[in-house]
Design a protein around this ligand. Sequence first.
Ligand SMILES: Nc1nc2c(ncn2[C@@H]2O[C@H](COP(=O)(O)OP(=O)(O)OP(=O)(O)O)[C@@H](O)[C@H]2O)c(=O)[nH]1
Ligand SMILES: [Mg+2]
Length: 222
Amino acid sequence: MEIKVLKNIFSSNEARAEEIKKLLAEKKVFMANFLSSPGSGKTTIADRMISGLKGKYGMAVIEGDIATTNDAKKLQKHDIPIIQIETALFQRDCHLESMWIRKCLDDFDLDKTDFVIIENIGNLVCPAEFDLGEDERIVVLSVTEGEDKPVKYPMMFNSSQVALVNKVDLLPHLDYNLQEALDNIRRVNPKMRIFQVSAKTGEGFDEFLKYLDKRIAQKKSS
Ligand SMILES: Nc1nc2c(ncn2[C@@H]2O[C@H](COP(=O)(O)OP(=O)(O)OP(=O)(O)O)[C@@H](O)[C@H]2O)c(=O)[nH]1
Ligand SMILES: [Mg+2]
């Protein structure tokens, strides 16, 4: 009898991610996938980022959560297209997959969109394994999470191109060794571009916005 070999479980995800990459290249849309543990500040960062880039670029948001539409509601005031994916309604997955992102992109008017923001599910493990066809992965590490997370969750940090060290406004109140955290990020990913920010106060945010502005503009003129 013929032996069946289980195919790579990621292969269909990868195929869809390739389709997404082609679509985004054709439409000249920049897409960033924001990843972190729960509560690091992804939604607060998205809020400040949208405010900073509004008027200059057409934006759309894909919110991923296991349950609730809370994060989408927080961004509703910006009056830009937002789709909330609640994975509990499907397979209770702890990550987003490219199949869902593809569906969301079909819903957006990509001719009027320059920047798609994906807020992945708060989780430092599974989301790192799923290519969503994004241009860039941006991992958020808040200073309340401890210095060792990059070395404990290396895949998340070595598959990302940008790290935002968030909540730096809290540093004076914490016993946190920022240099150790930065060294740990570099140990796992020597090429990581790191920004130290506070999504709450805006500290360090201008530099990050300038970087994003450059990346979105590059894609637009590609
Ligand atoms: N002090 C301080 N608080 C922040 C900062 N950024 C976010 N917060 C707070 O941290 C909490 C979580 O922020 P969210 O933006 O909801 O975090 P998240 O990563 O989107 O959370 P999940 O989507 O649940 O994973 C909220 O109470 C924010 O107000 C910051 O830079 N400084
Ligand atoms: Mg959130």
